[in-house]
Write a protein that binds this ligand. Structure first.
Ligand SMILES: Cc1ncc(COP(=O)(O)O)c(C=O)c1O
Length: 406
């Protein structure tokens, strides 16, 4: 299926915004949803809605089968060895917080180190700041190269025998950098540390094999990969999860409750306190079927071509500064000389082009780039070269407009 055919599967894209056909270039913030996902959620609510696990009636069994079926689809999608290793969460943020609260607080002490980078999303910085404060551990940063990438030599310098946790994005949501996770996992393990991968921008675009990467934890959000908002995944190696305490307590996650003490269900349910995000999981299962049908390798290839094309085209515009390495995921973060990125995004919106402007939840990275904010255009399987052409035309018109104003 080519991008134009794929696009037909996303009804939201077929509309005009401000009198122009919509060009959606904000998939890193959240992706659009294809018909099979919309229909799966619709059908779940029309036919199968019920609470899971406890019900003996038919709807209860159907809902449970769909919910647990989605878990098995996730397991296969990331090649986890067991569904015990697949915990449903609200998204990447909740998944990282679970590890930074449960694992880190039980295993870290003063003198230990947590290694991250300055390009992390706030969701992969603040939980570790909090864990460091709570345990007396120290936060350390692998230095960034001029283009915002990291080197394995620097990683080897920064990760030491004092390091207990390495937490790093699979793909940067601002620079598009794709990190060498397998090599970083090896360095972490050689030093006796665990590695958590923030896969929010990885899982939607690149085939993920957690066993091959040998990561200890991998966190991602459904809404960036065609599924509804409110559902995400924490993958963790069974032996680690088994020794971790839940961070949410209540219904669904218990085995026995006594007056003064209680015991927990086995994995993965001990981490899923309360009524779970059932419709979200059903939607995620449908999204995974959809991604598999298109093929993760095809998606990655398409996006590689698009990213090369956007880099070639955007550089032809005078006064555009592009941030990040040459070899990147399918997003481009940039500023236009003398025009605030919010003005760029507002002007582009008037042409029906949706891009994001701001700090992209990466204030420490903005500081490193020495800018307050940037504009970002991000692509997915449904974007085409024509979308890139529209972006470039829109930027030229924006430049002309602001050039005339000032
Ligand atoms: C790299 C990265 N990490 C974490 C997150 C947080 O994801 P969520 O808000 O879905 O929890 C995002 C969202 O943009 C992201 O891009």
């Amino acid at each position: 299926m080519d991008a134009k055919a794929i696009r037909q599967m996303f009804p939201i894209l077929d509309q005009e915004v401000n009198g122009h056909p919509l060009v959606y270039l904000d998939s890193s913030a959240t992706s659009q949803k294809p018909i099979p996902v919309i229909e799966a959620v619709d059908e779940y609510y029309r036919k199968n809605n019920s609470n899971v696990h406890r019900g003996v009636h038919t709807l209860g069994s159907r809902a449970t089968d769909q919910y647990e079926g989605a878990r098995e689809k996730v397991r296969r999608f990331i090649n986890a060895s067991s569904t015990a290793e697949v915990i449903f969460t609200r998204g990447t943020t909740t998944a990282i917080n679970t590890v930074a609260t449960s694992y880190a607080r039980a295993n870290l002490k003063p003198g230990d180190e947590i290694v991250i980078t300055q390009m992390e999303h706030h969701s992969n910085i603040i939980p570790w700041q909090q864990a460091a404060k709570a345990t007396g551990a120290t936060l350390k940063f692998i230095p960034l190269q001029d283009d915002g990438s990291i080197t394995l030599d620097d990683a080897k310098e920064t990760i030491t025998s004092n390091t207990k946790v390495v937490a790093i994005a699979h793909v940067s949501n601002v620079l598009g950098t794709i990190h060498p996770i397998k090599e970083l996992a090896k360095i972490a393990h050689e030093n006796g540390a665990v590695i958590l991968v923030d896969g929010a921008q990885g899982a939607p675009h690149i085939r993920v094999d957690v066993q091959d990467m040998d990561c200890d934890f991998y966190a991602f959000s459904g809404h960036k990969m065609c599924a509804p908002t409110g559902i995400g995944v924490l993958y963790g190696k069974k032996e680690l999860l088994e020794n971790m305490e839940p961070i949410e307590f209540g219904g669904e996650m218990i085995d026995f409750v006594n007056l003064y003490d209680s015991t927990w269900k086995e994995l993965p349910w001990k981490f899923e306190g309360g009524t779970p995000i059932i419709a979200g999981a059903v939607g995620l299962g449908a999204a995974i079927d959809f991604l598999n049908e298109i093929g993760m390798d095809n998606i990655h290839e398409h996006e590689k071509k698009l990213s090369k094309y956007v880099m070639e085209r955007i550089r032809t515009i005078d006064g555009v500064n592009v941030y990040g390495p040459e070899n990147r995921a399918s997003l481009v973060t940039f500023n236009l000389d003398d025009v605030h990125p919010h003005d760029v995004a507002t002007a582009l919106d008037s042409f029906g082009i949706a891009v994001r402007a701001g700090h992209h939840c990466c204030q420490p990275l903005m500081k490193w780039l020495d800018v307050a904010a940037t504009a970002r255009a991000s692509f997915y399987m449904y974007n085409t070269e024509e979308d890139v052409d529209q972006l470039v035309d829109g930027l030229l018109k924006t430049k002309e407009f602001f050039g005339n104003v000032f």
